[in-house]
Ligand binder design. Structure first.
Ligand code: 4AD
Ligand code: MG
Length: 430
């Protein structure tokens, strides 16, 4: 049996005979030669087939097109002109899967590539992004293992909204209706008295009516919840989690970051700096003094304001104490300033909110009032209020928008490239 090695392993080996397999990345032919650049998940390598060695099979070889899948055996040679510095002189070949004329060529519109996403995920750019995404998720798991957190999973089908009724997806559920999860949080809070420190990573749904480059209808939120945490514990933990996870990811995926035009050392240096925390009221002051923007206390920050604030920093910035009136029902009032909530957002240097979190309210009456103001029936949240009735303790948590972090560290123009099959208001196929 032939022993195949990856293209990356072949390049590392550099000499001798090897067998590799993969997909045709580029091909060009002449009367006597066929050049195939072969791609597998690890790298690409130039391969050459000579007519004099394959005169009987030449017709077949001549028909190899982009994306034909092949098994090739041959001798490796150093060749500085080849795209990855080596060339395989092919001695034996097998066509595994022929390819029709591949629809994806250079200079196609972004929309066309999205339409053909089932094919365009093969591009080296998207492969680099998905490798980075995979590493990010794996290192984050490691972070929580080291911190002695338990992974805790909650239902996707939920009977109530939790982050505002305007962005829920309704699902027909037998004779009833349910909603797709907007967050893990409310159910996670139920596990606080049994597990104390928990995290998860799961699909999250928002019927966003905005068509920005930062909004998905389905995304993967990376959440955590911890007993006894106050707002300071929470914001510092959030910084630590992201610094650790990003640093490990970049260390492992240097080549992929470089491929995407990102400087790995610059990102690592950013994870070693201090990430500031400011209050919402200070952010308003900064907007007034530095940007001449008058924002009255009481509104959530808009994109333009977030972009202005972050333009004054080269690292993520945590903004705390947003106005209660603009915040979800479970975000408690600061006892010292009851119009401010004990909550925070982390904004990345590109102006995008990457984390949202808060301390959790213990004041059932206040939550009931605020739910009513949102048009909800507090009765539907009785189980959630029970958590306060039977030995409630201070606790807090946050959620990271995985795709937003990936888009930021990879320098992507559009969040859609941080997920394999994006769902937005206007795009849900394939
Ligand atoms: O700020 P959000 O809405 O917070 C919550 O849902 C909390 N319940 C989380 C918690 O405390 N456990 O969402 C958290 C993060 C945002 O900061 C953003 O990064 C991301 O989720 N996010 C989105 N990402 C992509 N597309 C969307 N439509 C997003 N909505 C939120
Ligand atoms: Mg938010």
């Amino acid at each position: 049996m032939t022993k195949f090695i990856s293209i990356q392993e072949a390049i590392k080996k550099g000499t001798g005979n090897v067998s590799i397999r993969g997909w045709t990345y580029r091909e060009r032919g002449s009367n006597n030669l066929k050049f195939v650049v072969l791609r597998d998940s690890s790298n690409i390598i130039q391969c050459v087939l000579k007519k004099e060695d394959f005169s009987k099979e030449w017709d077949e070889i001549d028909k190899i097109q982009v994306e034909s899948s092949l098994e090739l055996t041959g001798t490796l040679l150093k060749d500085p002109r080849a795209p990855t510095g080596y060339e395989l002189k092919v001695k034996d070949f097998k066509i595994i899967g022929a390819s029709d004329k591949y629809p994806i060529t250079k200079d196609q519109s972004y929309d066309f590539l999205l339409e053909k996403r089932h094919l365009s995920i093969r591009t080296r750019r998207l492969a680099a992004i998905f490798k980075i995404r995979s590493s990010f998720i794996q290192h984050r798991e490691q972070f929580f293992r080291e911190k002695n957190f338990y992974r805790f999973d909650t239902p996707i089908l939920q009977p109530t909204q939790s982050e505002g009724g305007s962005t829920v997806f309704e699902v027909k559920y037998y004779k009833d209706k349910m909603y797709l999860a907007q967050t893990w949080q409310l159910y996670a809070e139920a596990a606080i008295p049994s597990l104390e420190r928990i995290y998860n990573f799961g699909p999250t749904f928002r019927a966003e009516k905005s068509k920005t480059t930062n909004h998905l209808s389905e995304f993967w939120m990376a959440e955590m919840e911890a007993a006894w945490f106050d707002l300071k514990d929470l914001t510092e933990f959030g910084k630590e989690e992201l610094k650790y996870t990003i640093r490990k990811t970049v260390e492992e995926r240097r080549e992929e970051f470089k491929f995407l035009g990102q400087d790995p050392d610059k990102i690592i240096a950013m994870t070693k700096k201090e990430w500031p925390t400011i209050k919402y009221r200070e952010a308003l002051k900064m907007l007034k003094e530095k940007d001449n923007m008058d924002v009255p206390f009481g509104k959530d920050l808009r994109t333009i304001e977030e972009e202005k604030i972050t333009s004054h920093f080269d690292v993520p910035v945590v903004v705390t104490h947003y106005p209660v009136e603009a915040m979800g029902f479970y975000k408690p009032r600061d006892p010292e300033n009851t119009d401010e909530a004990l909550c925070f957002d982390m904004l990345a240097p590109n102006g995008v909110e990457i984390i949202g979190g808060s301390v959790r309210s213990m004041d059932v009456e206040d939550m009931e009032e605020r739910l009513k103001a949102e048009g909800e029936d507090p009765k539907n949240y009785e189980w959630y209020f029970d958590l306060r009735k039977y030995g409630g303790v201070p606790h807090a948590g946050y959620g990271i928008g995985t795709e937003r972090v990936i888009a930021w560290i990879c320098g992507l123009d559009n969040i859609k490239d941080a997920i394999a099959f994006p769902r937005t208001m206007t795009r849900y196929k394939p």
